[in-house]
Design a protein around this ligand. Structure first.
Ligand code: AHM
Ligand code: MG
Length: 337
């Protein structure tokens, strides 16, 4: 029988490369893995689990929550709060930092997460995912506050996403490349199936919500116009477009076959008093860490996403990420004005 590398085996073997590692990180990730397996099961059951449809609540950003947004947030918290590995959590679905309940020990890590990203896709049975980012809690902090979470993405020690697609996949980085694991339901384990994932530097595929076209700023308009002009335009080649509306699914495609994913700032977003569409701490930073570790770039148009100094838990940022040469071109268009 062929041997398999489970996610736990992979992390343990990886930790052996660092003599100072205590093995604790294996357990930390294991908490997240259990949470994602439970969410995979819920998403997979769909209507059978009576979890579809809208809830009667809005989240902190005034967006209609889905039943599964709330359930998945609770499942995620419940799966990891007791373990003693985390000092605090922050979620896209909760206004404030979630403190670890008094009855449980505190650990040395902070976690931010979007329990179910792309939730507008839930009811139509299109892929959704969980995104998470792990930071070290400052040594002298017992009860972390929002301030302790406001750290640039460059300080992340681990980031990952779990894609609930036709297969469930966990894609992870701990700062030394990106690896993908597929959930083998027969044995209940994530198994290494996509080692050392790399985003090709060049691509002919792009992802953007084109319904916002009339609101885009000049550099984005110019760039997309050139792609749409295909062979007859300045680029002299054809480009293809894909938009799932689930960042996890769209970014996973970049990791598998290259491409770019864009959610730029535009006039409509500005008129709403927002700085972007996607959230820095729950979506942009973890995905940027993964994309950069896979050889891609992630930028706002004015700075590297992971160097943005956060000022609020639910802060949003513009995101331009993916194949290096295309993102560099788009950054250059921003610099030219
Ligand atoms: P959500 O966290 O409320 O699900 O919003 C984030 C999602 C991303 O997954 C996706 O890329 C984007 O919103 C889609 O936006 P749009 O509705 O403009 O297509
Ligand atoms: Mg989200």
């Amino acid at each position: 029988m062929a041997s398999v590398t489970t996610l736990s085996k992979f992390i343990i073997e990886n930790e052996r490369n660092y003599p100072e590692a205590t093995g604790e990180f294996t357990a930390v990730l294991n908490d997240v893995v259990v949470a994602c397996k439970r969410l995979s099961d819920l998403v997979n059951m769909g209507a059978l689990a009576n979890v579809l449809g809208a809830a009667e609540t809005e989240n902190v950003q005034g967006e209609q929550q889905k039943k599964l947004d709330i359930i998945s947030n609770n499942v995620f918290i419940e799966s990891i709060e007791w373990s003693g590995h985390f000092a605090g959590m922050a979620s896209e679905e909760m206004e404030d930092v979630y403190p670890i309940p008094k009855e449980y020990p505190r650990g040395k890590y902070l976690i931010t997460f979007d329990p179910l990203d792309g939730s507008s896709n839930i009811d139509v049975n299109v892929s959704v995912g969980t995104i998470f980012s792990i930071l070290r809690c400052p040594d002298d902090v017992e009860e972390p506050t929002a301030e302790d979470f406001l750290r640039p993405g460059t300080e992340q020690v681990c980031a990952g996403y779990c894609l609930y697609g036709s297969a469930t996949m966990m894609v992870l980085t701990m700062g030394a490349g990106v690896n993908g694991f597929t959930l083998d339901r027969a044995i209940g384990e994530f198994v290494l199936t996509h080692p050392a994932m790399m985003i090709p530097q060049d691509t002919n595929e792009f992802a953007i919500n084109a319904s916002n076209q009339r609101h885009w700023e000049a550099p984005v308009k110019r760039y997309i116009d050139e792609l749409l002009a295909g062979k007859d335009g300045a680029r002299g080649q054809e480009f293809n477009m894909r938009w799932i509306g689930s960042m996890v699914g769209d970014v996973h495609r970049l990791l598998c076959r290259g491409g770019i994913f864009l959610y730029p700032i535009d006039e409509k977003i500005k008129a709403q008093g927002k700085e972007g569409r996607l959230r820095l701490l729950y979506e942009a930073n973890p995905m940027s860490f993964i994309v950069e570790q896979a050889g891609g770039l992630s930028h706002t148009g004015t700075e590297r996403v992971m160097e943005v100094q956060p000022h609020g838990l639910h802060q949003r940022v513009p995101v331009l990420m993916g194949s290096k040469n295309e993102i560099e071109r788009l950054i250059a268009y921003h610099q030219e004005g």
